[in-house]
Design a protein around this ligand. Structure first.
Ligand code: SF4
Length: 466
């Protein structure tokens, strides 16, 4: 009999032993379980990473990381112990092969990017930009993106307990890096949140609010609970989704008594009012799904909320293989009761080309995972097209694979197109990584870059003489 392309087997979740890491050799189970301890021991710089990993962290890796932080990183470093511990889970730093395994590790690849990970030829696509989804342009009030007719995204705060190297909101989220200043909210948090609620009360066509950031786990719980309670008071709001990667990165937080009791109160009110509250988390790799993550997800489900769903991001070197996606989805579904929901293509932010997949690769992955998971838990692969929104990867109107340009249409006006009569007739573009194109396509883009430079130089010359 010929084997299936993917062989399912139920894998028991395991918490890697943090005591294999010299810096945490003495850390007790009680300390590890404490959200406060986890937050206080996040790794924020190379010195702290050295303290945790010890001599097993090679000088060459540190130099590679240092160069990335100085020249390429769009996010500053912030990695909770829980996430560090899931990197190279089978080896201690003193074991032979640790450095190679660290370089190859799927979680390290996106949480602690190094210079040599990135493309030297095309670190960025010429069409890449900060705020590549134009969310700030679509703010109805500061921090509230109204892109779809019935749904809004509320960015409550610009921080997270962990910073991912590929963060789509690199424009706003996290601390500045040597190459990226961050956008700052102009209004105070309380004024911003009040204005969001006022907008939602005044717009009964909105029924669905994604409460995000950043990560809602960084908002003091009483403030988050008060905001959600106020959302529950608005008649037209029927779906509330809380976005928190920390369910995986800092599950200890979601297991605290304060948060569990608070979620129970919110879930009870939501049930009374026929509103659905769900948690949306962000897990990219099967090794991140540990017993603690499963406990946190199940604790949230036990409060009575509707669901816990996963929105991963497709990243080369992390989850670009069929087996990696299916292993992750089964780990989420089998023991953590987290519903695989979406995998987004990595957005077109600066310095992300080494992570990004082409549309054709994403389509193939979607094809290859079909039929293994239950239909209700088969994730959709999504291209978030600038000025359009989420589209399933097979939905493009046409696709020029030579130039790596896909063309997309839409059936609603976003927040910036209410006066645009042609918005629904236009085609909107999305771009594949250039290094994957045939030579003729790469030559096209080299010419575009040269032409753009010439235009910039001519404009500057005119500016200097006028
Ligand atoms: S958790 Fe989400 S918002 Fe925060 S850095 Fe990661 S991707 Fe960005």
């Amino acid at each position: 009999m010929i084997d299936q392309p993917y062989a399912y087997r139920h894998r028991q979740l395991a918490e890697p032993d943090w005591r294999r890491l010299p810096g945490w050799a003495e850390v007790t189970a009680q300390q590890w379980a404490s959200a406060q301890w986890q937050r206080a021991h996040c790794v924020k710089n190379i010195r702290q990473l050295r303290q945790v990993i010890g001599d097993g962290l090679s000088e060459s890796f540190c130099a590679d990381l240092e160069r990335d932080q100085a020249e390429r990183a769009t996010m500053s470093m912030l990695v909770p112990p829980q996430m560090i511990n899931t990197m190279v889970p089978e080896l201690a730093p003193s074991d032979p092969g640790f450095t190679d395994a660290l370089y190859a590790d799927p979680v390290r690849r996106y949480m602690i990017p190094v210079f040599s990970d990135r493309r030297a030829d095309w670190p960025s696509h010429p069409e890449a930009s900060r705020d590549s989804l134009h969310e700030a342009e679509m703010w109805a009030v500061e921090g509230l993106t109204h892109r779809y007719p019935t749904k809004v995204l509320a960015e409550l705060l610009p921080t997270c307990p962990q910073y991912c190297g590929h963060c789509t909101r690199m424009d706003l989220v996290g601390n500045p890096t040597p190459i990226i200043d961050k956008h700052k909210f102009e209004t105070s948090r309380d004024d911003r949140l009040a204005a969001m609620l006022e907008y939602l009360r005044a717009n009964p066509g909105v029924r669905d609010v994604v409460v995000s950031g950043g990560d809602v786990a960084n908002l003091p719980w009483p403030r988050l609970e008060a905001f959600i309670a106020q959302l529950l008071d608005i008649e037209n709001i029927r779906d509330i989704r809380l976005a928190t990667k920390a369910l995986m990165g800092l599950p200890q937080y979601w297991l605290t008594d304060e948060v569990r009791a608070g979620m129970e109160r919110l879930a009870a009110t939501a049930r009374q009012r026929d509103v659905s509250i769900a948690i949306h988390t962000h897990v990219n790799s099967a090794q991140s799904v540990t017993p603690l993550v499963a406990d946190a997800a199940k604790a949230m489900l036990a409060t009575g909320i509707r669901d816990v769903r996963n929105q991963g991001v497709l990243l080369r070197g992390t989850n670009d293989k069929t087996e990696q996606i299916l292993d992750l989805c089964f780990a989420l579904l089998d023991d953590a009761k987290i519903m695989p929901y979406y995998f987004y293509m990595c957005d077109m932010i600066p310095n992300s080309e080494h992570w990004r997949l082409s549309l054709a690769e994403a389509q193939l992955l979607q094809h290859d995972i079909m039929g293994y998971l239950p239909g209700f838990a088969t994730p959709r692969f999504i291209c978030d097209v600038p000025y359009v929104g989420k589209r399933w990867v097979h939905q493009m109107a046409r696709y020029d694979e030579e130039l790596g340009i896909s063309y997309w249409t839409k059936n609603y006006r976003t927040g910036v197109e209410h006066d645009d009569a042609l918005a629904l007739e236009r085609e909107y573009e999305y771009y594949d990584p250039i290094h994957l194109l045939p030579e003729s396509g790469q030559a096209f883009w080299r010419e575009q870059v040269v032409a753009a430079k010439a235009v910039r130089a001519a404009t500057q010359a005119v500016g200097a003489t006028s």
